[in-house]
Design a protein around this ligand. Structure first.
Ligand SMILES: Nc1nc2c(c(=O)[nH]1)N[C@H]1C(S)=C(S)[C@@H](COP(=O)(O)OP(=O)(O)OC[C@H]3O[C@@H](n4cnc5c(=O)[nH]c(N)nc54)[C@H](O)[C@@H]3O)O[C@H]1N2
Ligand SMILES: Nc1nc2c(c(=O)[nH]1)N[C@H]1C(S)=C(S)[C@@H](COP(=O)(O)OP(=O)(O)OC[C@H]3O[C@@H](n4cnc5c(=O)[nH]c(N)nc54)[C@H](O)[C@@H]3O)O[C@H]1N2
Ligand SMILES: [Mo]
Length: 771
C-alpha cells in the first residue's frame, strides 16, 4: 500500500462514523453550539439539515448523520472572514489558494465590493451594495442580459421571492444547480409520467419487497437513506445495487445508533446482489432485464400459463407498449452485454429478484443523471417499473434521490428557465403583473451567453458555480466576462474570485441561525425528495449582526430595482407568513400554506403519478422506445483513428464525491470508505489497465480529455490507485476533474454536463512532484 491508500474498510457507519462526527464538531471550535444544533437537526421546531434532501423519520432521538454533522459544523464556526481579511489578501493572492483553504477561513460577515484598482475587496454598506445592483440591472439594454443562478439550499421563501423578482424584472434566466444534477430526472419523468418528481414517500421503503439502487452512493451522500436500506434489508427486502464501484456502505452498513453494530465488528448486509456495470451501462442493463422478462412472459403465454407482466396495468394506464417491445426485440444481447459490462447470467439473477418481488422501488442519483443518454436511461427504468405495475402502489415506485436539501422545493417555487404557461398565468394573476413567457437560460446557455458577452450580470443565490460547472477554464472566463458578479454566500469560494468589472459579496444567515425580522423570529420551509414540505428554524445567535437573511437580501434588491412594483417587498421581508400567503395564491398545491404547516412533520404535496393520474399531454404513462446509444462517449471516428495511430488508450472517466466533501466544499482530504487518506488528486484505475500501459500503483499521471474541438483540457499529477473498477473505466474526484468536462458535452435534452462519462487518455506525468 502507500501513504495514501489502504484497504477499504469492511463496513460503513459504526464507530468510525461516530468518531468522525465528533472530530468535526470539535474542529468547528463551537462544540457546544454544534451539539445543540445536532439535537435540533430535522426535528419538529428544529432546522432542516442542509446535508441532503432525504426525508425525516417520524420517530428516533437523533435525526442527523455523520455528513450532516459535518455540514452543520462547517456552517457554525466562529471564524470570520471580514474587511480585515480582505485587506490582508488581494484577490490575486486568494486565487492561488485551494478550495479547501478558501472555505476554511470562516464565515463571510460583511458586504464587500471589489476594487479593481487595488485588487482587494473592500467593505460596502448594504444600502450601497443594493443600489449598485439596482443601477446596474436598470442600465442593461434588456433584462435577458442578467443571469439569476440558484443553488439548492435556498429556502422556499427565498427562492419564491427570487424568481418573482427576476420575472418582474423581465427574464426567465434561472440557471440552477439542478441543471448539473437531477435535470434529466425531471425531463424524463415529466414526459413519461407527467410529473417531474419521485412517486414514493419514505414509508414506502418499509413496504418494498425489493429496492434497486442505481448509480448512487448513499453511505456518503445520503447517509440517512442507509437507515431505510438497513431496516429494509433486515426485514427481508432484497436490495440490488448497480454501481460502477463497490461502495462499502451498499455492501455492509453498521448503524451508529445500534449498540452492537456500533461497538462490535457486526454489520448488516445491505445488498443481496451487487452489480458493477460499465459507466453509462445502466440503460443496457435495464434493457437486458426487460428483454429477459418479455422472453419469459412470451414462453409462459405459449404454454398457457399466466403472464408475468402486469397486462391490466399496461392496458389501462400505458401507451406505446408495442413500439417499446419492438425496440427491445431489436436490441441484441451482444450490445447489452458489451455496453453494460454485465452478463446474461448476472442480468437473469437481477430479473429473478425483480420478478419475485411484488413491490419494487427503483432509486437513482448522479451515476444515472450525468451521462449523454441520461433521459433515455431514466425512461428505461420507468419502462421496467411500468411493466410490473410498480407505480401507484404502496412499497413501489420511482425515487430519484435529490441532492441539495431544498433543490426540489426551488423548482416547485419556480426556479425554472422553462416555466409552464399555467405556472406563469397563476403567478401573473397573484401579483397582478404580466410576466415573461419566453424560455430563459439554463446553466449551459447562461455560461455561453456570458462567454459571448450577451449576458453581463450574474447574481448567484448561493452555490459555487465557478467550481460546480464543467470546463473550468471556460467557466472561469465566463465569470470574468461579467460587468457585475454578485454572490450571496455564507463562505468564501472561487466564484467570488472570478471577477470582471465589479463584484459584490453579500453574506447571509445560515440554516442554523436565528432569523429575526420586523414581526419577530422567522422560520422558512423546504421540500424533501418525497415532496414533504416542512418548516425549518435556526436557533443559534447569528455570527454577526451584519448578516442578512437571503429573503431580506432579495427583497431589498427587488425594491431598489423595480420601479412600479405591485409587490410590497418590505412587508414580505418583515414577515415570512406573508410570503407564504403569496405562495398560497401563486403556486398550486399550497392553499392554506401557513395553516397546513402547523401539523407536525409538515405536509405532503401529493404526486399525481402515485395516484395513477398521468398529467402529460397523452394522459397515459409512456413506454419510451429509445435505442441504446451507439457509444457512451462522443468521440469522432477521426479522433479514434488518431488515438489508435498514437497507441493511446481511450478511457471513460467518472467524477464523483469523496466522503469528506459537500459538492465544491472540501471538508478534508480523506475518503475513508474507499481507503484513501490525505489525497484528492487520485485516479482510481483497474490494475490490469494500468499494468498494460506500464503504470504502477502510486504512479503520477496527467489526464487529458478527448473532444471534438482542439482545446487542450488536461489536469496534472493525479496519483494512480489500483481499484476494483471495471476495465476501461476511471474515477476521480469532483471538482478537481471539472476542467476535463467539455462545456459542449451535455446530456441529450437535459443539458446536464456528462460528469460521469468523460472520454480521456492518461499519460505519465510530465512534472511529477518531487518526493
Ligand atoms: N456528504 C455529502 N452529501 C451530499 C453531497 C456531497 O457532496 N456530500 N452532494 C449532494 C448532492 S447535490 C447530490 S446531487 C447527491 C449526490 O449523490 P451521489 O449521486 O451518490 O453522488 P456521486 O458521488 O456523484 O456518486 C455517484 C455514484 O454513482 C456511481 N456511478 C457513477 N457512474 C455510474 C454509472 O454510469 N452507472 C452506475 N450504476 N453507477 C455509477 C459512482 O460509483 C458513485 O457511487 O448527494 C448530496 N449529498
Ligand atoms: N464534475 C462534476 N461536476 C459536478 C457534479 C459532479 O458530480 N461532477 N455534481 C453537480 C451537482 S449534482 C451539483 S448539485 C452542483 C453543485 O453546485 P452548487 O450548488 O453551486 O455548489 P455547492 O458546492 O453546493 O455550493 C457551495 C457554496 O454555497 C454557499 N452556501 C452554503 N450554504 C449556503 C446558504 O445557506 N446560503 C447561501 N446563500 N449560500 C450558501 C457557500 O458559500 C459554499 O461555498 O455541482 C455539479 N457539478
Ligand atoms: Mo446535486
Amino acid at each position: 500500500m502507500s501513504e495514501h491508500f489502504s484497504k477499504k474498510p469492511n463496513k460503513a457507519g459504526g464507530f468510525s462514523s461516530l468518531t468522525s462526527t465528533l472530530k468535526y464538531i470539535i474542529q468547528s471550535q463551537q462544540p457546544q453550539t454544534n451539539v445543540k444544533n445536532l439535537l435540533k437537526a430535522n426535528k419538529d421546531k428544529g432546522f432542516d439539515c442542509p446535508g441532503c434532501a432525504w426525508g425525516d423519520e417520524k420517530e428516533g432521538l437523533l435525526q442527523f448523520c455523520e455528513n450532516g454533522a459535518k455540514a452543520i459544523a462547517w456552517e457554525s464556526t466562529n471564524k470570520k472572514v471580514a474587511a480585515d481579511f480582505f485587506a490582508q489578501y488581494s484577490v490575486s493572492q486568494l486565487q492561488k489558494q485551494s478550495d479547501y483553504w478558501l472555505e476554511y477561513q470562516g464565515r463571510l460577515t460583511e458586504p464587500m465590493k471589489y476594487n479593481k484598482h487595488t485588487d482587494h475587496y473592500e467593505a460596502i454598506s448594504w444600502h450601497d451594495a443594493t443600489q449598485l445592483i439596482a443601477d446596474k440591472l436598470n442600465g442593461l439594454a434588456s433584462p435577458n442580459e442578467a443571469e439569476f443562478y440558484t443553488s439548492g439550499r435556498a429556502s422556499n421563501e427565498a427562492s419564491f421571492l427570487y424568481q418573482l423578482f427576476g420575472r418582474l424584472y423581465g427574464t426567465n434566466n434561472f440557471p440552477d444547480c439542478s441543471n448539473m444534477c437531477h435535470e434529466a430526472s425531471g425531463v424524463a419523468l415529466n414526459e413519461a409520467i407527467g410529473i417531474a418528481k419521485g412517486t414514493v414517500v419514505l414509508d414506502d421503503f418499509n413496504h418494498a419487497e425489493a429496492i434497486f439502487v442505481f448509480g448512487q452512493n448513499p453511505g456518503t451522500n445520503h447517509p440517512r437513506m442507509m437507515n431505510a436500506l438497513r431496516k429494509a434489508a433486515r426485514g427481508g427486502c432484497k436490495i440490488v445495487s448497480f454501481n460502477n464501484l463497490k461502495e462499502v456502505a451498499l455492501e455492509r452498513f453498521a448503524s451508529p445508533q445500534d449498540a452492537i453494530e456500533l461497538l462490535t465488528p457486526k454489520a448488516t448486509t445491505i445488498s443481496h446482489a451487487y452489480f458493477t456495470p460499465k459507466l453509462g451501462g445502466d440503460m443496457a442493463a435495464v434493457r437486458g432485464i426487460v428483454k429477459i422478462i418479455l422472453a419469459r412472459n412470451a414462453a409462459r403465454i405459449d404454454s398457457n400459463e399466466s403472464a408475468i407482466i402486469d397486462k391490466a396495468f399496461i392496458e389501462q394506464h400505458c401507451q406505446d407498449f408495442e413500439q417499446y417491445q419492438q425496440v427491445v426485440n431489436d436490441t441484441s444481447w451482444q450490445q447489452i452485454e458489451q455496453q453494460s459490462g454485465l452478463s446474461f447470467k448476472q442480468l437473469s439473477q437481477a430479473t429473478d429478484i425483480f420478478l419475485n418481488a411484488n413491490k419494487v422501488i427503483c432509486t437513482w442519483a448522479m451515476g444515472i443523471t450525468q451521462h449523454k443518454h441520461s433521459v433515455a436511461t431514466i425512461q428505461e427504468i420507468v419502462n421496467l417499473q411500468l411493466l410490473s405495475g410498480n407505480i401507484g402502489k404502496q412499497g413501489a415506485g420511482l425515487s430519484p434521490v435529490r441532492g441539495h436539501s431544498n433543490v426540489q422545493g426551488n423548482r416547485t417555487m419556480g426556479i425554472n428557465e422553462k416555466p409552464s404557461a399555467d405556472f406563469i398565468d397563476k403567478l401573473s394573476r397573484a401579483v397582478d403583473a404580466s410576466l415573461p413567457k419566453a424560455m430563459g437560460h439554463n446553466v449551459y446557455y447562461a455560461l455561453n451567453a456570458l462567454l459571448e458577452k450577451t449576458s453581463k450580470v450574474l447574481i448567484c443565490l448561493g452555490g459555487n458555480i465557478a467550481q460546480a460547472a464543467p470546463d473550468t477554464k471556460q467557466t472561469h472566463q465566463a465569470l470574468k466576462n461579467t460587468e457585475l458578479n454578485v454572490q450571496i454566500s455564507t463562505k468564501l469560494n472561487r466564484s467570488h474570485l472570478c471577477i470582471g468589472e465589479d463584484a459584490l459579496i453579500l453574506p447571509c444567515l445560515g440554516r442554523t441561525e436565528i432569523d429575526y425580522q420586523d414581526s419577530g423570529e422567522q422560520f422558512i420551509t423546504v421540500e424533501d425528495t418525497f415532496s414533504m414540505v416542512h418548516a425549518s428554524q435556526g436557533s443559534v445567535t447569528p455570527l454577526a449582526n451584519t448578516l442578512h437573511s437571503e429573503t431580506a437580501i432579495i427583497a431589498d434588491i427587488a425594491q431598489a430595482t423595480l420601479k412600479n412594483t405591485t409587490v410590497n417587498w418590505q412587508q414580505l421581508k418583515g414577515n415570512y407568513d406573508l410570503i407564504r400567503d403569496l405562495i398560497a395564491q401563486s403556486i398550486s398545491g399550497f392553499s392554506n400554506f401557513n395553516q397546513v404547516l402547523e401539523q407536525p412533520g409538515g405536509f405532503y404535496l401529493g404526486n399525481s403519478a402515485a395516484q395513477l393520474q398521468w398529467k402529460n399531454p397523452q394522459g397515459k404513462a409512456l413506454f419510451a422506445a429509445h435505442a441504446l446509444p451507439r457509444s457512451i462517449v462522443s468521440v469522432s471516428e477521426e479522433k479514434l483513428h488518431e488515438l489508435e495511430h498514437n497507441k493511446q488508450k481511450l478511457y471513460t472517466l467518472q467524477s464523483l464525491r469523496s466522503h469528506d466533501q459537500y459538492n465544491t466544499t472540501i471538508y478534508g482530504m480523506n475518503d475513508r470508505y474507499r481507503g484513501v487518506s490525505n489525497a484528492r488528486n487520485v485516479l482510481f484505475i483497474n490494475e490490469k489497465d494500468a499494468l498494460k500501459q506500464g503504470f504502477k500503483n502510486n504512479d503520477y499521471v496527467d489526464i487529458t480529455s478527448i473532444w471534438s474541438d482542439n482545446e487542450n483540457r488536461t489536469v496534472t499529477n493525479f496519483v494512480l490507485c489500483f481499484y476494483d473498477i471495471p476495465r476501461d473505466n476511471l474515477a476521480a474526484y469532483y471538482p478537481e476533474t471539472n476542467p476535463l468536462v467539455p462545456l459542449d458535452s451535455y446530456g441529450d435534452r437535459s443539458y446536464t454536463p456528462t460528469s460521469k462519462s468523460v472520454a480521456v487518455i492518461i499519460t505519465k506525468a510530465i512534472n511529477p512532484p518531487l518526493i
